[in-house]
Design a protein around this ligand. Structure first.
Ligand code: ATP
Ligand code: MG
Length: 784
């Protein structure tokens, strides 16, 4: 048959195509997970270009930088003559950051302003708290910053804050009356440093559009069509921004799923999706109901879960695919067993089911859960990557290099000055630093002026030696600024050398120095890669481009290296919009998932949506685990399974209760049984009883209560056993029946384990050389 539609339309269902082709007014696609919203958005952009829209007149807002890159490269590769760099596609923050740079003079900023990250924000707040002589126990950086962030996301300026009786009252109630002063000083100091924080990007964009008629006109003329993905997670400030940019008649095309709104804590507002029609009265609404991503079982289980939420737009999501494997819920004895189990499942999926590692993702509610998973995966030599981009740039040595780079670009960046002035040590001690800061504060000088001026330095009270050192530091900065900022790699390597950071970090042979050296090398490798990517896409790769792009990296930016094969580990938040053939979700326990912080019904609904997002990432298989006890805050505590597990029970979901099977051949259990002279045949029941007793001792029957009490004591004993450090050693040992790998002899199976402690040995039948007896202390056996 002849191809009727251009290829991008060809791949769409009828409803999807309708949504793409409807271009005469604002439209909203509300649809369930995996129903092709993102696909529709990409097709829409191509369609508009086909219709004659110039690429740069369409603005598309994605939720992650990675999604933006993918979208750009797909469009550039499928449409002839469209260049990657002409596409105005990015996250809210990246797209509007460009706009702020363009019009920075209107706001009184210099074009090369810096973006402060969380740690820079915190350090600034700490200084302010000190200067204002406030109680740093009450005014913690976290509390101050979250209040400031809330204010900005609600577009409350410093003046508005000062004039608001409601805020005043609220602060008074919380005994934080001085928050407004903190906010004031914070904005003032950012301004003096020619710096913005992340929330400022949206805040100032709103100001630009609200207060500068000419900017609004220019931008409205430029942006003819606005496309927004993951619309359910926009916050108030983004909502207003869109309206200001596009006007009430604007051509806005938003796609989203109210069931996947998971950023409430950041001010994302579910109502925005409900208010869309209010903002754009002529809105046409499209509903997509077929999930193309997941099997029937996965879709059914996810639907069953989300039904429990009251606040939602009713949708029928269905899958026409096979039923597929059942969603499998596995109960594990402890978080250690859980990690072991998951690693083993990965291993099996890889070897028996022919999954690639990159087909598999392990999701968890909190970052802290990743440590054990890492450990277990490493033990089995399974390649993995923890997704979440912030961490690398939070490493001390990397932050040092970045601070120097920022200073080259923006001499006023006071956080960067204070970070680098005596790093590496150059004889400018903390007293001298404080004196410089004090002078800056009291007389209103910029730090950059003081460090360049001998007179001011002596006015600050620095002695001759320190003055000389500061001036030398300033000369160093001046020298760095003469380097060619368009040759990124060279300016970075020269900076590392000339500042003395190289000698400081890379000379030693101890493990710490080696890791620091590796990190610095990794930064240089990253820069090489960055330059290549930018050039491939026809984009600039100068120092300021690099700094800007790096300041926009967020923990939602999962990396995706097509050439590499690894399992992805990430929080559920970071997994939004992604899909994997096999998804494992760990830690489905009360107070973990749902989080202990979710108290209200509203919070709980958000946690449920989060779990919904997690399940719907899976295409073929979904494995969910929970542990009956977990080491938390210094104690081993018994955990209650998540309420969500009850909610998903039913057709298409299979549960394996009890870890009894874990226990066969497990010396821990034998040891425990021996010690307690009792059988341990129904541990699950006992633990459940004990938990009930702990949490709801409402047993009328005396006998039952006593029995439960006994179980409770028993439970504590198990907990003790688990806390015993020996447990860890045993845990990393091997048991008969285990598959193992030896660096020299290869794969084998353990037959006998004998002896204790240092004399413990294992007899292993190797595939290559037959049976060998090995002393475990020396044999580097890897348990598979
Ligand atoms: P999420 O809510 O998770 O963001 P989504 O609605 O954006 O999901 P997509 O990611 O666009 O959904 O699509 C889900 C999967 O279904 C993708 O693998 C996509 O390629 C596929 N898909 C979408 N539409 C169709 C279609 N009409 N025919 C076949 N496959 C499709
Ligand atoms: Mg999507």
């Amino acid at each position: 048959t002849k191809q009727i539609f251009p290829s991008y339309l060809d791949k769409l269902s009828d409803v999807q195509r309708e949504a793409v082709e409807y271009c005469s007014g604002p439209a909203l696609v509300v649809a369930g997970a995996g129903s092709g919203k993102t696909r529709v958005l990409v097709a829409k952009m191509m369609h508009l270009i086909k219709l004659g829209y110039q690429p740069w007149t369409i603005m598309a807002l994605t939720f992650t930088n990675k999604a933006a890159r993918e979208m750009k490269s797909r469009i550039a590769s499928e449409l002839d003559g469209v260049k990657f760099r002409d596409l105005r596609v990015g996250t809210f923050h990246s797209v509007f950051l460009r706009i702020i740079r363009r019009f920075s003079d209107k706001l009184g900023f210099n074009r090369d302003f810096t973006i402060y990250d969380t740690s820079e924000q915190k350090s600034l707040i700490k200084k302010i708290i000190k200067d204002l002589s406030l109680d740093d126990k009450k005014y913690t950086p976290k509390i101050c910053l979250s209040n400031i962030s809330n204010a900005k996301n609600r577009l409350v300026s410093v003046e508005d804050y000062r004039n608001s009786d409601t805020l005043k009252k609220a602060d008074k109630r919380n005994r934080l009356e001085s928050l407004v002063d903190v906010y004031t000083a914070y904005q003032q100091r950012l301004f003096e440093s020619n710096a913005l924080d992340f929330d400022d990007i949206l805040y100032y964009s709103n100001i630009l559009l609200r207060d500068f008629e000419d900017v609004r006109q220019t931008l409205r003329n430029e942006v003819k069509y606005l496309l927004i993905d993951e619309y359910q997670d926009t916050n108030f400030s983004q909502y207003v921004l869109i309206q200001q940019l596009m006007g009430p008649q604007g051509l806005v095309f938003a796609v989203g799923d109210d069931a996947q709104s998971i950023y409430g804590f950041r001010g994302a507002n579910l109502d925005n999706i409900l208010k869309f029609e209010e903002a754009y009265p002529s809105t046409k609404i499209f509903k997509l109901e077929e999930n193309y991503r997941s099997t029937k079982n996965i879709v059914n289980v996810a639907n069953r879960l989300i039904q429990n939420n009251i606040r939602q737009i009713k949708k029928e999501v269905f899958s026409s695919r096979d039923k597929g494997e059942k969603v499998f819920v596995k109960e594990c004895f402890s978080e250690i067993k859980e990690a072991e189990y998951l690693a083993q499942q990965v291993s099996e999926a890889h070897s028996r089911k022919h999954y690639s590692y990159r087909d598999i993702a392990i999701l968890y509610r909190t970052n802290a859960q990743s440590r054990l998973l890492e450990q277990e995966l490493r033990k089995r030599a399974i390649p993995f990557k923890i997704q979440g981009g912030m961490s690398f740039f939070a490493i001390k040595e990397i932050k040092d290099v970045m601070a120097y780079l920022k200073l080259i670009n923006n001499p006023n960046d006071s956080e960067a000055i204070m970070r680098t002035i005596n790093q590496p040590k150059r004889g400018i001690g903390s007293t001298s630093q404080e004196r410089i800061m004090l002078l800056a504060r009291e007389r209103g000088y910029a730090l950059s002026d003081i460090i360049a001026d001998e007179k001011l330095l002596s006015q600050a009270g620095l002695n001759k030696g320190a003055t000389k050192n500061v001036l030398q530091y300033n000369e160093l900065l001046e020298a760095l600024r003469t380097l060619d900022q368009n040759d990124l790699k060279s300016i970075v390597t020269k900076t590392i050398k000339l500042t003395g950071l190289y000698d400081f970090y890379c000379q030693g042979n101890d493990t710490e120095s080696i890791s620091q050296k590796e990190n610095i090398n990794e930064l240089i490798n990253g820069i090489t890669q960055y330059e290549i990517n930018q050039h491939e896409n026809g984009e600039d790769a100068g120092l300021s481009d690099f700094l800007t792009d790096m300041s926009l990296v967020t923990d939602q930016d999962a990396e995706d290296d097509k050439d590499q094969d690894y399992v992805s580990l990430m929080t559920v938040h970071a997994a939004k919009g992604l899909e994997y053939p096999m998804v494992m979700i760990a830690g489905l326990e009360e107070e973990l998932f749902p989080s202990a912080y979710s108290k209200s019904e509203k919070d709980l609904e958000e946690e449920r949506r989060l779990f919904y997002v997690a399940i719907t990432r899976a295409k073929e298989e979904c494995i969910i685990t929970h542990a009956t006890s977990r080491y938390q805050a210094g104690y081993r505590t018994s955990s209650v399974e998540s309420r969500f597990l009850k909610e998903i029970e039913g057709d298409g979901c299979e549960r394996e209760k009890g870890y009894i099977s874990d226990f066969s051949n497990d010396p821990d259990v034998e040891r425990f049984q021996r010690k307690n002279h009792e059988s341990f045949d129904r541990p699950s029941w006992q633990l459940q009883e004990a938990r009930n007793y702990d949490r709801a001792p409402k047993y009328q029957d005396r006998y039952e209560a006593t029995a439960t009490k006994k179980n409770c004591r028993r439970l504590r004993k198990i907990d003790k056993t688990l806390d015993n450090p020996i447990y860890d050693n045993v845990d990393y040992g091997v048991y008969p029946g285990n598959r193992v790998k030896h660096p020299k002899f290869g794969f084998g199976t353990v037959i006998i384990v004998e002896g204790e402690g240092a004399n413990k040995s294992a007899t292993v039948e190797f595939e290559t050389i037959g049976t060998k007896k090995l002393l475990l202390r020396f044999a580097k056996l890897l348990r598979l």
